[in-house]
Design a protein around this ligand. Structure first.
Ligand SMILES: C[S@@+](CC[C@H](N)C(=O)[O-])C[C@H]1O[C@@H](n2cnc3c(N)ncnc32)[C@H](O)[C@@H]1O
Length: 299
């Protein structure tokens, strides 16, 4: 028997074993087991300077020294994306910067919905539907939509200068147009012409500290807090989307799990929307509402 096959001797230095150990250490710090494994893999790929999809072929290889330093930071509940300086969202790499919101996996559920709706519009004879992403952050929704539906005309607006700069960079080559500004008065030139508005605005009620430490300690306050009840920006997004959307246009709006009743009610009370309904996503909630006409509104 040759010494090379003694896996007990070589396992501690081998990537596959290191991933198991890192997953256990991150999970022991309070992170969900599946998320801990995902993060261990992301950090290993980052240390090896490969894409996460290229990790499996290296699983019998050595572990770079930086990996354990990254794992220590993750165990202290620093988000993997902050450690790496970028995020992976729907299989694509998004640049980040300090003070820029980290895209969350549950937002992909809303983006997939948006993509399906846009493809449906194209099939039904609208060759280049118009989409607006309000509060675009690093361009998460706008850029993902523009990549997957190149026929769409995609616009995004973001207030934070740092986030808007990063979003413009992430949008390069996709056709998405991102501007820095206040979503509340964005794109007046598009009023009444937009087919789909997507938004993941700040919606956490002041003082509610149930979000994960990765969010509370590392995402920028401008991305999180939305006054008492958390409905301040949602109320504003209702007005902006109502102004931008054409009759029959659709709004997809991410909100908190604790707002599944209050958000559709807020929309129903305005009289501007049809079929305003919220469903739970894997971590939060999402409202779908169709722009109708308010009582007495002409056009
Ligand atoms: C929860 S983050 C979502 C970012 C991105 N849409 C995503 O899903 O990853 C909310 C974003 O809204 C931005 N924001 C806050 N107030 C805004 C405003 N008045 N106008 C435009 N953007 C705003 C924040 O800077 C932050 O980037």
């Amino acid at each position: 028997m040759s010494a090379e096959v003694r896996t007990d001797a070589i396992a501690p230095g081998v990537l596959a074993a290191a991933l198991d150990e890192a997953t256990a250490r991150i999970a022991a710090a309070g992170v969900d087991e599946a998320a801990a494994r995902t993060d261990a893999r992301l950090l290993a790929a980052h240390a090896l300077r490969v894409e996460p999809s290229g990790l499996d072929v290296l699983s019998a290889g050595p572990v770079p020294a930086e990996f354990w330093a990254y794992v220590e930071r993750r165990v202290a509940r620093e988000p993997a994306e902050r450690i790496m300086g970028h995020a992976w969202f729907m299989g694509q790499r998004f640049a980040l910067a300090p003070g820029v919101f980290v895209p969350k996996p549950e937002t992909a559920e809303i983006v997939e919905d948006a993509i399906n709706r846009l493809r449906g519009l194209i099939r039904r004879g609208n060759p280049s539907p118009v989409v607006v992403d309000l509060c675009a952050g690093p361009g998460t929704m706008a850029v993902s939509i523009a990549r997957r539906v190149p026929e769409a005309k995609v616009y995004g607006v973001e207030l934070s200068e740092a986030a808007a700069r990063v979003a413009v960079r992430n949008a390069r080559g996709t056709g998405a147009r991102i501007v820095q500004g206040d979503a509340r008065d964005a794109f007046p030139e598009l009023d009444g012409t937009v087919d789909l508005v997507v938004s993941n605005p700040p919606y956490i009620p002041i003082g509610l500290r149930t979000s994960a430490p990765e969010v509370l300690n590392y995402d920028p306050p401008l991305a999180l807090w939305a006054g008492e009840g958390g409905l301040q920006m949602i109320r504003a997004m209702e007005k902006v989307a109502g102004r931008l959307l054409r009759r029959g246009g659709v709004l997809l709006l991410e909100h908190g799990r604790y707002q599944l009743a209050s958000v559709p009610l807020l929309f129903a009370e305005t009289g501007r929307w049809r079929d305003a309904e919220s469903v739970a996503t894997s971590n939060d909630g999402c409202l779908t509402a169709v722009r109708g006409a308010a009582l007495g509104e002409v056009g």
